[in-house]
Design a protein around this ligand. Structure first.
Ligand SMILES: *Cc1c(COP(=O)(O)O)cnc(C)c1O
Ligand SMILES: [Zn+2]
Length: 468
């Protein structure tokens, strides 16, 4: 009998000075020895790694099998921490990589050079489903009966969906007060999750859910969970697949808790180590200016991976200053409105592996970019548009050449946050001021305003003639 692939999977602390290893069946959110973050790791030389990435395309011909259909599990050979027949899928990862020439023009690259990886097409409407497939699979592997998360909205929507579709676990979600868009909250409520709203923001909810899950033995599916990030690696596998396994020049992603950027770095590093890609694309992580911990730490405190020894004192001092000043994240891009990104050190490692850069963009820039993306037909939520706004600034800076191939990840669906979209396009100045003006947004250069016409046939005909 051939041994099951998960025998060659384990967990490992990412701090090179510790590098403690743990069994795949352990439930860890941090290294018990040094507090560091945990990776899923593999003995690749004992595993049946494909000789070339093209081999993986053959899976698609077997798509009547749910694991071959899944945009996560058809890459099982590259995240083999559980036997494939035990991997949980709800059909995630059927996403698109599409050129957007309108957005390309907006950011200043040549036609065809900007591609949007549209993760809004996932079952719950955001990229989180890729990670949830991974975390859920591990939860099942360890026999959990409940799973919890703190969430700005999309993780809770995803967890609730997986719970209600599979009926394998019960969902407990923690949200901050007034910080979640109705699109996302409506999903968790509709899917039947136990929803715990606390007085505080995402970071408060995150701290509490860690305590509660430990006390009650509830499985935690936030992106400190290493198996979440294994699932999110597949976003990059699908980008490569859509490009005929050619490596693009740039991957640009919004940065919140920094799970995606960490997962993408790991994906490319592993593919490169395995000899499956000839080079690694550059990574740009884009913070919202109102939630720019990573940007500040990298650019103002000089924080970097430093061979696995990033300066802990600089980080501790930064958070102490933040708390002393009462400074809290504030941005219209609620999915990245985070003070203390949980995957900070993994992201620093990804920046090292991918020759990466970090930038920040204002809410004004985010909303303008979002409108340009929406005008191209694949609408996204505000946080997602940070990637396109960041790309525009990087072209202006001269770091991205107009001839380079740029992939921006659109992390969540347009319908997640209709309030922000309607406020941008509205003719109602009060609504604009309330939703956007309060965040320093002054204009809506790309607004598509409704035309106000009296309810009279002649007037309506006249208006259509005038405006169309
Ligand atoms: C969760 C989320 C993000 C942030 O991703 P991280 O991996 O936490 O950096 C960005 N956009 C959307 C739509 C999200 O739901
Ligand atoms: Zn450790």
């Amino acid at each position: 009998m051939t041994p099951s692939t998960d025998q060659f999977a384990y967990q490992q602390c990412i701090a090179p000075d510790c590098a403690a290893t743990f069994g795949i069946e352990e439930v860890l959110v941090a290294c018990p020895q040094c507090g560091g973050l945990i990776d899923a790791a593999y003995e690749w030389d004992r595993l049946p790694v494909p000789g070339s990435l093209r081999v993986l395309e053959a899976q698609w011909a077997r798509r009547s099998n749910p694991h071959a259909f899944s945009g996560v599990w058809r890459f099982h050979d590259l995240l083999p921490f559980a036997p494939v027949e035990q991997c949980v899928t709800v059909g995630e990862g059927q996403t698109l990589l599409l050129p957007s020439d309108g957005a390309a023009e907006y950011i200043g690259v040549r036609p065809g050079r900007l591609l949007l990886q549209y993760e809004g097409m996932n079952p719950s409407g955001s990229f989180k489903d890729n990670g949830m497939a991974g975390a859920f699979t591990h939860a099942r592997l360890v026999g959990a009966d409940r799973a919890a998360c703190a969430s700005t909205g999309n993780t809770s929507a995803s967890l609730s969906l997986y719970c209600s579709v599979t009926r394998l676990l019960k969902a407990v979600i923690f949200i901050g007060s007034g910080k979640i868009s109705y699109g996302k909250l409506s999903q968790a409520l509709d899917f039947g999750a136990l929803t715990v709203q606390i007085n505080g923001d995402f970071d408060d909810a995150m701290a509490r859910v860690k305590e509660v899950s430990q006390q009650l033995g509830i499985y935690l599916v936030n992106s400190v969970n290493p198996f979440r990030l294994e699932g999110q690696k597949t976003i990059m596998f699908r980008v490569l697949e859509a490009l005929g396994w050619q490596v693009p020049d740039w991957i640009i992603v919004p940065g919140g808790n920094l799970g995606n950027s960490s997962a993408f770095g790991k994906a490319f590093h592993e593919l490169h180590q395995l000899g499956l890609i000839p080079r690694i694309p550059r990574l740009a992580v884009i913070n919202a200016a109102g939630a720019n911990t990573l940007f500040d730490l990298v650019h103002r405190k000089g924080l970097h991976w430093n061979g696995g020894r990033p300066c802990r004192d600089a980080v501790a001092q930064f958070y102490a200053e933040m708390d002393a000043a009462g400074r809290r994240a504030s941005t219209i891009a609620s999915a990245i409105e985070i003070n203390r990104p949980v995957n900070l050190t993994k992201c620093l490692r990804a920046l090292e592996w991918c020759n990466g850069v970090v930038r920040e963009v204002t809410d004004q820039e985010i909303l303008d970019a979002k409108a340009r993306v929406g005008a191209g037909g694949l609408g996204c939520e505000p946080a997602s548009a940070a990637s396109v706004a960041g790309a525009k600034n990087l072209v202006e800076e001269g770091l991205i050449d107009p001839g380079e191939q740029v992939v921006c990840v659109l992390t969540g669906h347009q319908l997640k946050d209709p309030t922000a979209t309607v406020a941008y396009h509205t003719t109602d100045q009060d609504m604009f001021n309330k939703v956007l003006g309060s965040r320093g947004v002054r204009r809506a250069a790309f607004a598509n305003r409704a035309v106000m016409v009296p309810n009279e046939l002649d007037e309506i005909v006249k208006a259509i003639r005038l405006y169309s």
